[in-house]
Design a protein around this ligand. Structure first.
Ligand SMILES: O=c1nc[nH]c2c1ncn2[C@H]1C[C@H](O)[C@@H](COP(=O)(O)OP(=O)(O)OP(=O)(O)O)O1
Ligand SMILES: [Mg+2]
Length: 201
C-alpha cells in the first residue's frame, strides 16, 4: 500500500478523503499526525495554494503528498469568498470559524435574489517536494445559498449549501451521499484516474 501524507488540517476534509482513499488501496496519513504545521496559503488561485500545501507536506515528511484547496464561489458576490473562504469572516475583523464565515455570507446575501453558488476543489498530488510532474484535478458542485441552516453533517458552509436536484443541503446528506456528488469527491476520482494512468518517471 502506498503511503501518502494528506496535506490538510481540516477534519471534515480528512474524513471525506479517507473514505474514498481506503477503497482505492492508498494509506493516508494526516499531516498533523506527522507533526507538519499549517502551510501558508497566500496565492490568488486554488491551484497555487494546493501546490504550496502539497510541497510543504512532502518536503517535511519525505512522502508523496495530496493537498486540497477549496472554497465557495458565489455568483452575486463575483466569485467570493473563493480562495478566501476559510478566512472570510477573519478578513472582515471576525473570528476564523465556520460559524462566523456563515454569518458573514448569509448577511451579505440577505437582500440578494440570485442565490447561485458553487463549491470548487483543486487537488494536487506530488511524489516529492520538487516533483516536476504534479498531478492536478478539479471538481465543481453547483448549488444555492439558503439563509436558514439545515442539517448536521459535513462542515464549513454545508448547512447553507442547498442542492436543488437533491432537495437537500450538503449538511443533510449522509457522508456517502456527499462523497457521491461533491466537488472534492469528483476531483479525487479524477486524480486517482490520472494517477493510475500515469507512466513511470
Ligand atoms: O465540502 C465542503 N463543505 C463545506 N465547506 C467547504 C467544503 N469544501 C471547502 N469548504 C470551505 C471550508 C473552508 O472555509 C474553505 C476551504 O479552505 P482551505 O484553505 O481549502 O481549507 P482549510 O483551511 O479548512 O484546511 P487546509 O488548508 O488545512 O486543507 O472552503
Ligand atoms: Mg487552509
Amino acid at each position: 500500500m502506498t503511503k501518502v501524507v494528506l496535506a490538510s488540517n481540516n477534519a471534515g476534509k480528512l474524513r471525506e478523503f479517507s473514505a474514498i482513499l481506503s477503497e482505492a488501496g492508498l494509506e493516508m496519513v494526516p499531516q498533523g499526525a506527522l507533526g507538519v504545521p499549517e502551510a501558508e496559503e497566500p496565492h490568488p488561485t486554488f491551484l497555487e495554494n494546493a501546490l504550496a500545501k502539497a510541497r510543504h507536506a512532502s518536503r517535511l515528511t519525505g512522502l508523496p503528498a495530496l493537498a486540497d484547496d477549496s472554497g465557495l464561489c458565489v455568483r452575486a458576490l463575483g466569485g467570493r469568498p473563493g480562495v478566501h473562504s476559510a478566512r472570510y469572516a477573519a478578513l472582515a475583523g471576525g473570528e476564523k470559524s465556520d460559524a462566523a464565515n456563515n454569518r458573514r455570507l448569509v448577511g451579505e446575501l440577505a437582500s440578494v435574489q440570485d442565490r447561485r453558488a458553487g463549491y470548487v476543489a483543486v487537488l494536487v498530488y506530488v511524489e516529492s517536494a520538487d516533483d516536476p510532474r504534479p498531478i492536478v484535478a478539479e471538481g465543481y458542485w453547483e448549488g444555492e445559498i439558503i439563509g436558514e441552516p439545515r442539517g448536521g453533517n459535513g462542515f464549513g458552509y454545508d448547512p447553507h449549501f442547498y442542492i436543488p436536484a437533491l432537495g437537500k443541503t450538503a449538511a443533510e446528506l449522509a457522508p456517502a451521499q456527499k462523497n457521491a456528488h461533491s466537488h472534492r469527491a469528483m476531483a479525487l476520482q479524477s486524480l486517482l484516474r490520472a494517477l493510475r494512468a500515469r507512466g513511470g518517471a
